[in-house]
Design a protein around this ligand. Structure first.
Ligand SMILES: Nc1ncnc2c1ncn2[C@@H]1O[C@H](COP(=O)(O)OP(=O)(O)OP(=O)(O)O)[C@@H](O)[C@H]1O
Length: 254
């Protein structure tokens, strides 16, 4: 569905992605892992059409993203960026309704848009706060409303940059379950930057590892997320703790 051909990304003095050829299919749930500053956000921006590659291209159903009208692209591809600082003066419901714009013929939401926004708020457990000013929500509540905006947008491909930030553990679990379900049951493609290897190995069926110098490896999670691979990626020693839910990787002191 979404593919890259020889994608090359760089910032002054640093190559972040070298010659990446990759295919993201419907129903797949990908984790993007790598150290701070390795290029995860930059890659997500390029894959979602928010950033331009230095070379190579990203295509949606064979068509380069740059050739797809923005409105059409927003119907197919959605992105949750890291916390934005922009002030929004409306309510939580007003905010989630922004996700409906790519689908609306006018700037005024209709009954079906409002129903979709309310459903999305319900999915993240924030229906009770629809009339509360977004600016007065707690960090975790606001993050769940930001996720609801994306759910209301209902794209085919979800790019999520650290979706678990500000969330307590039960809400982290709920969000991971929600997106895995969207991939498995609704055939969506989900790509999420995570810092927690356990969530990645437990909920994502594919993983993309971004190494220094922009060398990127991708594949099935059980093959990608191993103790050796994680020690190599993060340049840190890990202890593997096996549980009935999967392996935990705990960083250990040297
Ligand atoms: N416009 C720019 N000019 C110079 N360097 C930049 C620019 N934009 C990004 N960088 C650098 O590119 C690198 C990758 O940034 P990016 O935000 O993609 O990393 P990341 O893997 O998402 O990191 P984190 O885990 O900390 O969120 C960083 O070292 C960053 O400082």
């Amino acid at each position: 569905m979404l593919s890259t051909e020889n994608l090359h990304l760089e910032v002054p003095g640093k190559v972040l992605c070298q010659d990446l050829t990759l295919s993201l299919e419907a129903g797949q749930c990908w984790a993007v892992l790598g150290k701070n500053g390795s290029g995860k956000t930059t890659l997500l921006h390029a894959l979602s059409g928010l950033g331009k590659p230095a070379a190579g291209r990203v295509c949606l159903d064979g068509l380069p993203l740059s050739e797809i009208p923005r409105r059409r692209l927003a119907q197919r591809v959605g992105a949750l960026l890291q916390e934005e600082t922009t002030a929004f003066s409306g309510t939580a419901l007003d905010y989630v309704l922004l996700g409906r714009f790519p689908h609306s013929a006018t700037l005024t939401p209709d009954i079906s848009d409002i129903a979709a926004a309310r459903r999305a708020l319900q999915l993240v457990g924030m229906a009770h706060a629809e009339r509360q000013a977004l600016s007065t929500l707690s960090g975790g509540e606001r993050q769940r409303v930001r996720i609801a905006l994306l759910l209301a947008q209902a794209p085919d491909i979800y790019f999520l940059d650290e979706p678990l930030q500000h969330l307590d553990l039960p809400h982290q679990l709920a969000v991971m379950q929600l997106f895995r379900q969207l991939a498995r049951d609704a055939g969506k493609t989900v790509v999420m930057v995570l810092h927690d290897i356990f969530w990645a190995s437990r909920f994502c069926d594919h993983a993309l590892l971004i190494h220094d110098g922009g060398k990127i490896a991708g594949g099935d999670t059980p093959l990608m997320i191993t103790q050796n691979a994680m020690e190599n990626l993060y340049q840190c020693r890990f202890q593997t703790v096996a549980t009935s839910d999967g392996n935990y990787f705990l960083p250990t002191l040297e």
